[in-house]
Ligand binder design. Structure first.
Ligand SMILES: Cc1cc2nc3c(=O)[nH]c(=O)nc-3n(C[C@H](O)[C@H](O)[C@H](O)COP(=O)(O)O)c2cc1C
Length: 223
């Protein structure tokens, strides 16, 4: 664990980590990681990725690279137009979703506008997440667990009661994009809906207005 923490600190220095001027979330956000630009010229066709995608719950011990983590987050919610349009559609272009990654070292919040991560160091989050997720092995064993959360209010200001439906549909879009991207990178993941919402929120110190919708463990397939 100590070696992994040191490795993280070295990595953060290498990718241009800097102090975050204004922490906003309930958790202590201490630094940012500038992600490598997303690749737009992958070798696998969409049809091949669709055919390859399968829920994968067993992984090797190999970690994911920052390129892979960044690419997966971009697939879920990356910005693809100057006006702010993203990879996944959004009702009224209100973008109610936030995407996080949880590793052995901490919690990382994706900032689509900057294609960067806000770091909240925290050892042992994976264990808490595993317990919140009904102790499903895939949550414990994956090198990275992605999390899609909803901020319903962003959509409700325009769509009222219809917002809940829209936000859930959007989470499905984002999750599928991430899973197809994983397949295209020869990674494997599984969408996990069985978890205690409150426990996930507490384990990760999420703000009250952020409701966890999906956990997506991702790693290198063990078979
Ligand atoms: C909304 C939803 C929730 C799911 N929750 C879980 C889960 O909690 N744990 C799990 O192992 N798989 C979960 N899955 C994955 C399904 O078990 C899986 O998609 C199904 O067996 C079909 O296999 P495939 O994904 O390989 O096509 C979930 C899938 C969906 C769409």
């Amino acid at each position: 664990m100590f070696r992994r923490t040191c490795a993280l600190l070295l990595l953060m220095a290498a990718v241009g980590c800097r102090l975050s001027p204004q922490p906003t979330a309930a958790v202590a956000e201490t630094a940012t990681i500038e992600l490598p630009p997303p690749q737009l010229d992958g070798q696998m066709s969409l049809e091949e990725a669709l055919a390859a995608r399968r829920s994968v719950r067993r992984y090797t011990d190999d970690p994911l690279t920052w390129d892979e983590i960044g690419q997966l987050m971009w697939a879920a919610q990356g910005i693809t137009r100057d006006w702010g349009g993203r990879t996944a559609p959004s009702a009224g272009a209100l973008y109610p979703l936030e995407v996080y990654a949880v590793t052995a070292e901490g919690l990382y919040r994706y900032v689509p506008q900057e294609h960067q991560l806000i770091v909240s160091p925290g050892l042992g989050l994976g264990q808490a997440l595993w317990e919140a997720g009904l102790k499903q092995d895939c949550i414990r064993d994956a090198p990275v667990v992605f999390l899609i959360v909803a901020v319903y209010e962003r959509t409700a200001v325009k769509y009222g009661d219809r917002a809940e439906r829209y936000v859930h549909l959007e989470a499905g879009h984002a999750a599928q994009s991430l899973l197809l991207q994983a397949a295209a990178l020869d990674l494997g993941g599984v969408p996990v809906g069985a978890f205690y919402d409150q426990k996930v929120q507490e384990a990760l110190g999420l703000p009250d207005d952020q409701a966890p919708l999906y956990l997506i463990p991702v790693g290198h397939p063990a078979e």
